[in-house]
Design a protein. Structure first.
Length: 284
């Protein structure tokens, strides 16, 4: 039993199952993936993501504005909250800071100042809605952590998705109530530092994701990613920790529902029963 905690279902590559989203989800379900979190990267795109969730009972959504996306008008806090509430988002994001492309593409990438203010507003919106945040961070470690400390409630928390930073940053985020989500990057040959994170972050603070259609794991590198391949991420973590894939699957699934509490009522009766029998989600 697995959860793909971060996938872009509205961006399915036409080469994946002929562009048939239902077929892609069925392929994932056949491998034991029982829940999907589809990510909104601009508020304008949230209705389309929400339409996917209405068609599939095992899909929930987030609502946010990605740091690298240009928008016609920066949304106010109340606008972010309104969209999240109207479409039933279980989290705010993907939001955050990404300074990687600022020097390469300064004309098209939002400035540091724009990114910081956009991120701040989404953190405040999430706190006011009591929803966790899904954070994208790249080459902005200290500012990301500073804004998390200032504007998030550790009791609500969030996740650093597709984590690529070091163990120290992971530990600092965990201390503030956050989870660390690992993607297919953890399987890459040159990702030993990330595998150290997989080994040393407490298992009850890890999530798994595909970030599909991006970042396909080994042995699928070079292909468009898909939700079924979250299993390869779990297998890599299990191998690094010397535990069973079943333990990784069960714990990361329980972690998902602990963090994204609004998604827990949407879990299937089968999943909830299995989690309760295994000692997770007591009283949920």
């Amino acid at each position: 039993m697995f959860v793909d905690s971060h996938c872009h279902l509205d961006r399915l590559d036409p080469r994946t199952h002929g562009g048939d989203l239902a077929a892609a989800l069925d392929a994932a379900r056949a491998r034991g993936v029982k829940q999907f979190l589809a990510i909104g990267v601009t508020l304008d795109e949230v209705p389309g993501v929400a339409a996917i969730a209405r068609e599939h009972d095992d899909v929930v959504i987030s609502a946010g504005v990605h740091p690298l996306h240009s928008v016609d008008q920066e949304p106010e806090i109340e606008a972010i909250k309104e969209v999240a509430e109207r479409f039933g988002a279980v989290a705010i994001g993907e939001c955050g800071l990404d300074y990687h492309y600022l020097e390469k593409s300064p004309e098209t990438v939002p400035s540091r100042e724009v990114q910081r203010e956009r991120f701040r507003r989404q953190l405040i919106a999430a706190t006011e809605l009591a929803l966790p945040v899904i954070i994208h961070t790249r080459e902005a470690r200290e500012e990301t952590l500073a804004l998390i400390r200032e504007h998030t409630d550790p009791a609500i928390g969030g996740v650093l998705h597709c984590f690529t930073e070091d163990l120290d940053m992971a530990r600092e985020a965990v201390r503030h109530g956050f989870y660390i989500s690992l993607s297919g990057i953890v399987t890459f040959r040159n990702a030993e530092a990330l595998r150290e994170v997989a080994r040393r972050v407490p298992l009850d603070r890890l999530l798994i994701e595909t970030d599909s259609p991006y970042l396909a794991p080994v042995p699928h590198r070079g292909k468009p990613n898909e939700p079924a391949w979250v299993v390869e991420v779990a297998e890599c973590i299990a191998a690094e920790r010397g535990i069973s894939v079943e333990e990784v699957a069960m714990q990361t699934t329980a972690n998902f529902y602990r963090l994204f509490r609004a998604a827990a009522p949407e879990a299937s009766a089968e999943m909830r029963e299995i989690l309760r029998d295994a000692g997770f989600l007591q009283g949920a």
